[in-house]
Structure formats: C-alpha cells, structure tokens
Ligand binder design. Structure first.
Ligand code: CTP
Length: 474
C-alpha cells in the first residue's frame, strides 16, 4: 500500500489542507482521509470552490516595509480603558507615513471595535490566534515578522506579565513571543498596579530583554479621584517614540554649512531649435546634492537641462547655458564648499542665430565656436568669495590620472574627482561610477582610488570625506 507524505505536496495543496483541517477541527491526516472518502463517494469539491480566497491568495509578503517604502508597525491594542486612545495613535502614525496593522486582544474589544481600528488603519484587523483564514499559513508568525516594529498600546499589567513569562495563549502574546523585531510598550494601568512589586519585576525583566517603553505618565486616572503614575503616554508621544525607533535621526555633520553644486550638461543654442549638448544625465551631481542635504547642509544645486526630480530640501536652479550657470553660481556665493559636477559645454557658437538656420545652395552654414567661461576655474581663482573647499570633476576618456592632475594646475581647485567616461564604462548616463579622488597635499597630489560604486554611494563617500575636512577646518 502506498504512503503519502504531506510535506512533499505542492504549496497550494498544503495550504488548502491546512486551512480545511483548521476549519473542521481535524488533523491534516484526518482531513486527507475525509477528502478521499468524499472522493470515493463522488462528493469532493474543487479546491478553488471550497476556499475561494485561496485561489487568489497572494504569496506571503516577504518584506516588512510598505508599498511606498513606508515603514510598517504591528500595533497590539491591549484591554484597558486607554484602548480608546489607540485609535488616535493609529491616526498619528499614519500622519507620519507609517503603515499600521492592528491586533486586538479579547479584552481590547470591550473598549474598541475591530471595525473602528480597521477603518482607521485601512487594513484588516486580527484578533484570534485560531482564526482559520489567517492561521492557515501561521499568521501570528507573519504578524510578528512582517513589520519593522511592534507597538503595544495600551500595554496592560497582564499583557506585560505574560510577555515577561513568555506566555503565548492568545494572538497578541503569541506574536510578541515570536517577534524578531523591536518592541515598544506604552504601559497603562492604575498607579497601584504600576507600583506593585510584581509589575516592577516584570517591567525590569522586559527592559533587560531589550524591550522599549514610552510612559506611563503621571496624571488623573479614569477611576474617580485617583491620580499617580500609570496614565498611558499620549498618542503623539507614542507615535514620536515609534518614529524615532523606525527612523533614528541621522548624524548631520554638515549642519550650518552651505554647499553649492553644479550638475548636468549645458545646452548651447545654435539657433532657436538647435543646440550643442553632451550625454551627461546629472545623476552624480543630484546624488551629491541629496547626500549633502542628508548630512544637514544648506544645498544650492545649479543644474543644466536634465530629467531628474529636485532632491527634497535642496534649492534647485535650472539653467540652459554655461554662461547662465556661471551667473547663478556667482549669485549663490558665498559657500563653504563648491562642487562642480556639471559637464559644461566647452564651446558655444559665436553668434546664436535668431532664426532657424536654413540649408542653402552654398552648403552648411559656417559654425564659428568660441570658448565658454570656465566656471570651476573662475570660482577657484576668486579673491574674496572663494569657497574654502572647491572640488572639480575630471571626465576623461584616456590617461585618467595624468589628465586629472594636469587639471589641478589649470583650474586651481582643492580636490578633483576623476572618472573614466569612455563609452565602455557606461558612466555617462549610467548608475555606477568608478572614481579616483585627487587631493593636494602640499606640493604633492594624493590619489585615492575607490571601488566601483553606485552614484549614490560615491556621493555618500564624497560627502563624508567633505564632512571630515570641513569639520576639521571650521
Ligand atoms: N568645468 C567648468 N566650466 C567649464 C568646463 C568645465 O566648470 N566651462 C568644470 C567641470 O564642471 C569639472 C571640471 O571643470 O568640474 C573639468 O571638466 P572637464 O569637462 O573634465 O574638463 P574641461 O575643463 O572641459 O577640459 P577638457 O575638455 O580639456 O578635458
């Protein structure tokens, strides 16, 4: 007689069997026997018909962070009078662009309804450890893992006692025991309960276990005439504490510094419809602007025509030609650091046509070119307003280091970021860059070669080097 290993069945069948057996309160083996009996009696129903949701069930989401890159919280609402404030907490978290999925304990449902929590969170609410629909694929484990943070508000004395002891007899405690994410508790209880030695022991144990708390605060209790420490922290405080754990403030080594950056190509008009340009995408300059802003700098970005969005918090000025770029750069001074990442067109036509140039019998109209102002050299040689740190780029297709070193002499800047832009590297317009940072060390030039990185990584590395230098000189 053949034997059947359920573990080896395909995933859809396994899920179907688990769900069906959970629903009918039978073991999976028992359920298989029932199905076989039904089959032999001609009563079997198709998988999709018996569990319609299963056919459309998506694969379990692999990551915690929500669709728009928003962090996700599993919010466990405990059963205390402060539970009503948990509804406001959902709002405050959503205002901070945090996605919330709620779990209500049985006691919490005496104070707030799953419907209210679901309406505010725009998500399904969970409350039952033995819910066949969500537990067919161990939903309590998913609720514990598919989030970036678990918040318990209100965290009742009972829930904390269960946590401290490692109980898992309902959905909330099972999630907390299965969690591998940080946990934030907002305790709320009567002051006598908060001060009870048992609660004190439990709180101490939980803190030793690495669990975070916010509150409780001192104030009046729901019970008439009672006051003391035990009030749940306000929803705004809990939301701020959660946000702080999800997005800890980044160091801002360039706070108070003004950084001026050029980016992109320039367009030099030939006539009203034609121009001279190059393949620069502006990505590297924009990435540097974003990184400098993230480091706390006040950033001005002067860019030629590119198809990129303004980095948040950066003051962006869009220009066309090299001469426009120079004017904007001069007007943006003074600055503590100036970074010239633009691929400025070296030449423009001497006389821009006021009308479209026409083909003539005499052949191509002559295009007389004149040199554009060198923005980097102009700013590097300023007497009064020269930024203390001026950084140029060297875009080369051959003899990279040699040519970059020669640019030091011509341009008068402090550092040069040299990159190979020959077509084979894909740097122009691409997302990665291999750079060499040249810096003056007295009369010597030091060369620091970085590995291949994304343009964002190059930007971050450059900004952190700038922060070390500017920090050391200020
Ligand atoms: N640059 C500038 N103004 C120009 C030309 C270049 O500010 N008119 C800056 C660039 O932003 C870059 C540096 O000078 O920081 C070097 O640019 P690059 O195009 O590599 O060199 P060029 O000076 O144009 O010299 P060449 O074309 O001979 O390589």
């Amino acid at each position: 007689m053949a034997s059947l290993t359920i573990r080896k069945l395909d995933d859809t069948l396994k899920a179907y069997l688990r769900l069906r057996s959970a629903k009918n309160g039978r073991s999976v083996e028992e359920e298989v026997r029932v199905i076989l009996r039904e089959l032999s009696e001609g009563r079997a129903e198709p998988v999709e018909a018996s569990v319609p949701a299963l056919a459309a069930a998506p694969a379990p989401a692999p990551r915690a962070t929500g669709a728009a890159g928003e962090p996700r919280i599993t919010l466990i609402i405990g059963g205390g009078i402060a539970a009503y404030k948990a509804l406001d907490l959902i709002r405050r978290l959503k205002e901070r662009r945090i996605q919330v999925r709620c779990v209500l304990t049985k006691a919490a449902q005496q104070f707030v309804t799953p419907l209210a929590a679901s309406a505010l969170s725009h998500e399904r609410v969970y409350s039952d450890l033995f819910d066949a629909e969500s537990e067919f694929d161990a939903g309590h484990i998913r609720l514990a893992r598919e989030c970036d943070l678990i918040v318990v508000a209100p965290a009742t004395a009972d829930l904390m006692a269960k946590m401290a002891q490692g109980h898992a007899d309902d959905l909330a405690s099972a999630i907390l025991l299965a969690a591998n994410r940080p946990i934030l508790l907002a305790p709320a209880m009567n002051p006598l309960m908060w001060n009870n030695p048992a609660t004190r022991r439990n709180v101490l144990q939980l803190r030793r276990d690495g669990i975070h708390t916010v509150g409780p605060n001192a104030g009046e209790m729901a019970e008439a005439g009672e006051a003391g420490v035990g009030r749940m922290a306000e929803p705004t405080e809990i939301a701020a504490a959660a946000d702080h754990m999800l997005r800890p403030p980044q160091p801002r080594p360039l706070a108070g510094k003004r950084v001026l950056i050029t980016a992109g190509p320039t367009h030099e008009a030939i006539d009203p419809v034609r121009y001279i340009a190059n393949r620069s995408s502006g990505k590297q300059g924009f990435a540097i602007a974003a990184a400098a802003r993230a480091a706390g700098a006040d950033v001005v970005l002067v860019t030629g025509p590119v198809e990129l969005h303004d980095p948040p918090g950066v003051s962006v000025m869009r220009v066309e030609s090299a001469r426009d770029m120079l004017h904007r750069v001069e007007a943006a001074l003074p600055a503590d650091v100036a970074i010239f990442a633009a691929a400025v067109a070296d030449w423009r036509v001497a006389t821009e046509g006021t009308q479209k140039l026409k083909k003539t019998a005499a052949g191509m109209p002559p295009l007389q070119l004149v040199e554009n102002p060198d923005i980097l050299a102009t700013i590097s040689k300023l007497k009064d307003k020269r930024p203390p740190l001026v950084i140029g780029f060297a875009a080369e297709t051959e003899h990279l280091i040699e040519n970059a070193k020669a640019k030091f002499a011509r341009k008068g800047c402090d550092w040069i970021v040299a990159n190979d832009v020959s077509p084979a590297t894909g740097v122009m317009g691409g997302d990665r860059n291999t750079v060499h940072l040249l810096a003056r060390d007295g009369k010597e030039v030091t060369v620091d070669s970085w590995p291949v990185m994304t343009k964002e990584e190059v930007a971050a590395a450059l900004v952190s080097r700038i922060a070390r230098t500017v920090g050391a000189t200020s």
